[in-house]
Design a protein around this ligand. Structure first.
Ligand SMILES: N[C@@H](CCC(=O)N[C@@H](CS)C(=O)NCC(=O)O)C(=O)O
Length: 78
């Protein structure tokens, strides 16, 4: 895992393979590119042991994360 910083127009020139949805952030692990910030956060949480427990407990984690994300999304319409 490594961090690649870009200037705003740098990534416009890069391929769809490098940026599957054409937006940042992305995470590349062993040549596999993950897009979508929440998916990236969930992957990292699993890797460091912050996304454990039963499926029901994981649903409780998802509930909080998705609610915060929904709130952030709704702010864009204000
Ligand atoms: N749903 C995406 C949204 C990503 C997104 O909107 N990224 C912005 C920067 S924060 C972006 O790359 N926009 C394209 C642009 O500004 O050209 C996520 O959560 O990762």
């Amino acid at each position: 895992m490594h961090d690649i910083s870009t200037k705003r127009n740098d990534y416009v020139l890069l391929s769809i393979a490098a940026f599957p949805y054409g937006v940042l952030p992305i995470l590349e692990v062993d040549g596999v590119v993950i897009s979508e910030s929440i998916a990236i956060c969930r992957y990292i949480a699993k890797m460091v042991g912050l996304y454990e427990g039963t499926p029901l407990e994981q649903a409780q984690i998802d509930m909080v994360v998705d609610n915060i994300n929904e709130f952030e999304f709704s702010k864009s319409f204000l």
